[in-house]
Write a protein that binds this ligand. Structure first.
Ligand SMILES: C[S@@+](CC[C@H](N)C(=O)[O-])C[C@H]1O[C@@H](n2cnc3c(N)ncnc32)[C@H](O)[C@@H]1O
Length: 256
């Protein structure tokens, strides 16, 4: 191998420092629909491929995960909007931001007065991004860099799950964990624009918003996305008026 191609291979396989890469190549900007929150976001010149190619060299042989953390997903955006507009949902409570990505949901919870926020994210680049994003927004967030879905329910009062039903196997891992959380008395809210693997029969609609989705960065049209309460399994939902006295929270099953 020539010295030149050896050098090219070395450069390609050298591990990059994700935090340094993010700060040097991504743009710290307000999130569309969430002007209160600034995130390091991808843009056409951010060259994220270089960071992923470096991960490619990982001895694990696993495919590198796409940079989900480099975007504000519609599901997380609506959850963040929801808690910023209704701070009593999180005020004084211990909150888990499940599948945190950029950390926008946890950041919103911290800004809205949560007592403690833990952000769980399996991607090491995502962990670097959410640490930088928390700092940029002046909030303290504990980071859990492991698959929390395999363990017992964490010591929190509320789980916020923003856009975690984007793939079948991920959704299948989330469901038993969320069920264990419910059984332990932990409230669970889900934010989602209606992706294919959303467990509709387990959700009650709380609020709907129009927000841009991934890839938007201000450029994509807003589309409907919703916040749901994740509820225990039941045979058939009661047919009640959404605003009846028996249903004071205005919760209603979502349309199929
Ligand atoms: C579609 S992104 C959403 C990110 C963020 N919540 C938002 O709405 O912008 C889903 C994130 O969940 C993370 N994830 C997937 N499975 C996970 C698990 N078992 N534990 C923690 N994070 C997980 C992925 O790495 C990815 O960053």
């Amino acid at each position: 191998m020539s010295a030149r191609s050896e050098d090219a291979t070395r450069k390609r396989t050298e591990k990059l420092d994700p935090a340094a890469f993010i700060q040097a190549n991504m743009r710290l900007a307000p999130v569309p629909s969430l002007p209160e929150i600034r995130l390091y976001l991808a843009h056409p010149g951010s060259g994220l491929r270089r960071l992923l190619e470096a991960d490619d060299a990982d001895e694990s042989g696993n495919d590198p995960q796409p940079p989900y953390w480099a975007y504000a997903w519609a599901g997380g955006t609506v959850l963040a909007r929801h808690v910023l507009d209704r701070p009593s949902i999180v005020a004084g409570r211990r909150v888990l931001d499940l599948g945190a990505g950029s950390g926008l949901v946890g950041i919103a919870a911290a800004k809205a007065g949560a007592h403690e926020v833990v952000a769980a994210e399996v991607d090491r680049n995502g962990v670097a991004a959410l640490r930088l994003n928390a700092e940029a927004n002046g909030v303290a967030i504990q980071i859990c860099h492991e698959d929390v879905t395999t363990g017992p329910p964490p010591a929190v009062d509320l789980v916020l799950a923003g856009d975690v039903f984007y793939a079948q196997e991920v959704g299948q891992r989330m469901m038993p964990f969320l069920d264990r959380c419910l059984a332990a008395g932990i409230d669970v809210l889900v934010g989602d624009p209606g992706r294919a693997w959303l467990p509709r029969q387990r959700l009650c609609l709380l609020a709907e918003y129009q927000v841009p989705d991934v890839g938007g960065n201000g450029g994509s049209e807003p589309r409907p996305s919703a916040v749901f309460a994740f509820v225990a399994d039941r045979v058939s939902p009661p047919a009640r008026s959404p605003l009846s006295r028996e249903n004071p929270a205005g919760r209603r099953p979502i349309p199929e």
